[in-house]
Design a protein around this ligand. Structure first.
Ligand SMILES: *[C@@H]1O[C@H](CO)[C@@H](O)[C@H](O)[C@H]1NC(C)=O
Ligand SMILES: *[C@@H]1O[C@H](CO)[C@@H](O)[C@H](O)[C@H]1NC(C)=O
Length: 449
């Protein structure tokens, strides 16, 4: 079909439908070319309005009763949508579709496909249906792809969060780490470009809710992500090796980082988001197992963070290499956050980690206009002996203890270099001026390319 022009293709389908209509009273959904109006017109990708063919999962045998397995219907609808330019998959409102782990592969698909989600898609809760998959809904190698609508993706992850209630055969319960790694992520984009996700709700993922790995051009706005504050590793949005990412007007409530930015990310803008409960907005954790990590040009502004473990955080493992450079956190309003500002170059998520000399360097980090209340410590800057944090700039900070709080600590700095621009509340006397005598200009070569 790829050789056909779009007009030709539509014409052929129209003729086929007319023939079919003459033998049936049903309508031909595939040829309905009704105009599609975008719910949100904000669109950086400048893709053409979608006016292509529509593929309703109900027409492919989906029941939408919340019990029947509709996986095959979704796969069939996808196979057809993929072959048409600017097509639309329709998941209608008023239905609950049970769909197992599925890969929507875009390797041979046309551009500009819209996944119009107005109904609910439920993940399976039986271990058999998962079969060891590390994701639930995976979208790979798509170009100019949009998920849009008022619908919900429900990972029904509670069966994964507690061990006793569930018997997952593929899970070796020998270590916490294995348990954590075996939990599937809900929605995952790999190798995509110009991806938009808007309008929808993603909830109760077994692990991360929405992941972008190796994507270029990501726009997420007006979505909602939610899971309980104590659900393990349920990061809201997880970015890895992705660039040119914008996330705005989004509500994130989960059990781990609201947004986590991993190695390989650059040109990321987060603004007007609401985070909490959760662990705050984090860069990292970077450099596990001595890996090289590179992160640059990250802007986080106009953000409300409440009832979280940390506010804005950079966390790196000891023994790694690389560089985090060019990060700006501004206009952050915190409320009852344990530690609003944190750099931790000694990150360790289990009880003991070996001390190591090498580290991911951290430089050119700006904190501006960060205000509100904390419950444990206002600022914690714990930098590496061998790679001190350089050029930290704190301006207009006003962090106050929550009135009925107890056991508050003072600001802590270790090997942290930078400058302060008043007003700074509470007073900081531990930040070192100037440059560290430790030269670290050459180690970041791997990140420059
Ligand atoms: C940094 O990222 C922003 C998006 O947040 C982008 O507009 C800007 O061009 C990037 N800067 C550089 C030098 O690439
Ligand atoms: C690492 O270094 C710190 C500070 O010198 C020390 O307190 C701690 O015991 C060391 N940890 C290990 C595992 O050697």
């Amino acid at each position: 079909m790829r050789g056909f022009s779009f007009k030709h293709e539509t014409f052929v389908i129209l003729i086929a439908c007319l023939i079919w209509l003459s033998t049936s009273s049903a309508t031909c959904n595939a040829a309905t070319t009704a105009k599609y109006r975008r719910h949100h017109h904000v669109h950086i990708h400048k893709s053409k309005p979608n006016n292509g063919l529509k593929f309703n999962v109900l027409d492919y045998g989906a029941k939408g009763d919340g019990k029947s397995d509709d996986t095959k219907a979704f796969q069939a609808a996808w196979a057809n949508a993929c072959k048409a330019d600017a097509s639309m998959i329709i998941v209608p409102s008023g239905y609950k579709f049970l769909v197992g782990p599925t890969s929507f592969s875009g390797s041979n698909c046309h551009k500009n496909i819209v996944f119009q989600l107005d109904g609910t898609i439920l993940a399976p809760t039986s271990s058999k249906a998962w079969g060891g998959a590390d994701h639930w809904l995976e979208f790979t190698n798509l170009e100019e792809f949009t998920i849009n609508g008022k619908g919900t993706l429900d990972g029904r992850g509670s069966v994964w969060w507690t061990d006793s209630t569930h018997d997952f055969k593929q899970v070796s319960v020998s270590t916490d780490e294995k348990k954590q790694n075996s939990r599937p992520m809900a929605v995952m984009f790999v190798g995509g470009s110009k991806i938009t996700v808007t309008g929808i709700t993603i909830q109760n993922s077994p692990k991360f809710h929405l992941t972008f790995d190796t994507c270029d051009g990501v726009l997420v706005h007006h979505i909602s992500i939610s899971s309980p504050g104590d659900s393990p590793n349920t990061d809201g949005i997880h970015l890895r090796s992705s660039k040119n990412v914008i996330i705005h007007h989004t509500k994130l409530a989960c059990g781990d980082d609201c947004i986590s930015i991993q190695t390989g990310c650059t040109n990321v803008l987060v603004h007007d988001v609401n985070c909490g409960p959760g662990h705050g907005i984090s860069i990292g954790s970077l450099g596990i197992d001595g890996l090289t990590a590179c992160v640059s040009n990250i802007t986080v502004k106009n953000v409300k963070i409440h009832d979280t473990m940390t506010g804005v955080r950079i966390k790196t493992w000891q023994g790694a290499k690389g560089l985090v450079r060019g990060v700006s956190f501004s206009n952050i309003q915190v409320s009852q956050v344990e530690v609003p500002i944190m750099i931790d170059q000694y990150y360790c998520d289990h009880s003991t980690c070996m001390n190591k000399t090498s580290a991911v360097s951290i430089a050119d980090i700006a904190y501006e206009n960060i205000k509100g209340t904390y419950t444990v410590q206002p600022i914690h800057l714990s930098c590496s002996d061998s790679k001190p944090c350089m050029n930290l700039k704190l301006s207009n900070i006003e962090l106050k203890p929550k009135p009925d709080g107890h056991q508050m600590s003072e600001t802590f700095c270790w090997q942290a270099f930078g400058q302060l621009n008043a007003p700074i509340i509470p007073e900081i006397d531990c930040l070192q001026e100037g440059q560290s005598s430790n030269k670290w200009g050459h180690h970041d070569a791997k990140c420059a390319a």
